[in-house]
Write a protein of this length. Sequence first.
Length: 170
Amino acid sequence: MIKNYRNKYFWLTFTLIALPTLVFANAGSPMMWFGFLHTLVLNAFIGLIESLILKKFKLPNRMWLIIIANYVSMVIGLYFIAPHFSTITGNADFWGGKTSFGNYELTGFLIGMVCSFIVTLIIELPFFYLAIKDKLKRSQIIIPFLVANTITNIVMLLAYYWIVSEGAHW
């Protein structure tokens, strides 16, 4: 009886492990999953950090508007701009879902991310401007805005780079 019971668990375990391999089923690339995490959770955290940076510059703000700015710019920048410019410069698979390990093109990735950063600045500036509560202080937004966005974008660039770098080349 015990042997039969172990036998069932062995075959069940074997099937669950082997089946995805047999049908080539994978759950997507780490780049894609981190992109989903970025879209769903990290943007709110990034907006919070950028809002706090503005407060350090003595610019009280509406955090919710900065969070919305991050969601809008992320969708446009990371889902449209970065893949487009990445493709133009040699990386046709920005999200890494079809590229085999070791063949991911970092030059295209980096150019796509830089173009995404530039678009992010253009998209988010009006949101940040309107987020400042004191209308007289809105003229002081440029430097804090650039500091906040540069810090958060560098952190995210490093996170995405860390994800793709092991299986990539220049």
